[in-house]
Design a protein around this ligand. Structure first.
Ligand code: NAP
Ligand code: 3JM
Length: 342
């Protein structure tokens, strides 16, 4: 089997580190691994398959010099905007984790369990975009319902972990909790979040748009429709909660046809990489603690609306750094390889 030169841009970050772990676990066909970061981390090392691999500085020429075949980007939108074109120019396929290219009509936006066929369009710009973490786990759970019942509308509230905002955001929560227990917490001291996150719940992720929704909420609206090739009404409220890892979502789905909860549960269970945890009598339902370092999306609290027979409620949880970022990107890369070697 052919092996590939793989660059991980942002290899020292929360998502980048997870990419390395997932690639290791699936025994990704790596010929050479090239971890890239800013000058701050260049010269340090990251662990891959029990080896310490030296981090290089991201430059315009590094993809060409290292003969990169696959470049996984997760170092922020402005980094992708500037450097992804150099990776493409050097002949690599770019799999981008940032929001920068997601809504570009020439860039496929892919969740392999939902729209793997779109990967075939990668040549249009040389880039395949990875959706937002909250979108990925939601569309995975919704895909079987779309196929069986049709979807008219989605109302979703998220409970998003601090790791979704990177390593320094997790550090901010931990520092504030330590200060709380030392009776030294100063609520004005926050950098990564608009308010204190410890012992709090913040109904704002990313910036507000003119329509009153946040950019994170509009990502869920626009990305869901692009991935599901549909015109579904979506209303999202994205909330940051003081957990470290694992996003949870309360999802209300209005279907085109009436359904019953047991049949819907069986339908969702057939979704790829979905695990049902739904036994209310035993207090079994998904929670962030279940999903850490898992590559599946967990669904529970599945119940039909008490007023409308075409409306279903459910609770969807997944590891935002894995399912919501690294695992999805690595699965895209695996499918891309399958397609290229057909
Ligand atoms: P993080 O923990 O803060 O890590 C950021 C990474 O980017 C580090 O490796 C950092 O390297 C690198 N970096 C920053 N500025 C750079 C520059 N100018 N040149 C080269 N490398 C640079 O953040 P994260 O949580 O891993 O997230 C990274 C990005 O991934 C986010 O900004 C977001 O766009 C995307 N993301 C996507 C999802 C998703 O759902 N698809 C989820 C989370 C994040 P240094 O060590 O040198 O600072
Ligand atoms: C998740 O560009 C940046 O500074 C990153 C902002 C960001 C994003 C994004 O917009 O790419 C932080 C965390 C995401 C995302 O996945 O949409």
């Amino acid at each position: 089997m052919r092996k590939y030169n793989v660059a991980v841009v942002g290899a020292t970050g929360a998502v980048g580190e997870e990419m390395l772990r997932v690639m290791e676990e699936v025994d990704f066909p790596v010929a050479k691994l090239v971890p890239l970061a800013s000058a701050r981390s260049a010269g340090g090392t990251v662990a891959y398959k029990e080896e310490d691999v030296v981090v290089k500085e991201l430059t315009e020429t590094v993809f060409d010099e290292e003969e990169i075949d696959i470049a996984l980007f997760s170092a922020g939108g402005s980094v992708s905007a500037k450097f992804a074109p150099f990776a493409v120019e050097a002949g690599a396929v770019v799999i981008d984790n940032t929001s920068h290219f997601r809504m570009d009509p020439e860039v496929p936006l892919v969740v392999p369990e939902v729209n793997p066929q779109d990967i075939a369009r990668w040549r249009e710009r040389g880039i395949i975009a990875n959706p937002n973490c909250s979108t990925i786990q939601m569309v995975q759970a919704l895909k079987p319902l779309q196929d069986a019942y049709g979807i008219e509308r989605i109302d979703v509230s998220t409970y998003q972990a601090t790791s979704g905002a990177g390593k320094s955001a997790m550090d901010e929560l931990v520092r504030q909790m330590q200060e709380f227990f030392a009776f030294k917490l100063d609520e004005s001291e926050h950098k990564k979040f608009p308010h204190q996150i410890a012992l709090n719940v913040i109904p704002q992720i990313d910036v507000f748009m003119d329509n009153g929704f946040t950019k994170e909420e509009m990502k869920m609206v626009n990305e869901t429709n692009k991935i599901m090739h549909d015109s579904i009404e979506v209303a999202a409220t994205c909330v940051r909660v003081p957990t470290l890892r694992g996003h949870a979502e309360s999802v209300t789905v209005t279907c085109k046809r009436d359904l019953d909860a047991d049949a819907a549960r069986e339908t969702i269970a057939k979704g790829e990489n979905i695990v049902i945890l739904d036994d209310p009598a035993k207090s079994v339902y998904p929670m962030p603690t279940h999903c850490v370092e898992k590559n599946e999306t967990f669904v529970g609290r599945i119940r039909r609306d008490i007023y409308r027979p075409n409306v279903l409620h459910m609770f969807v949880v997944a590891d935002n750094l894995r399912v919501g970022a690294a695992t999805n990107a690595v699965r895209i890369a695996q499918k891309w390889i399958e397609m290229e070697t057909l």
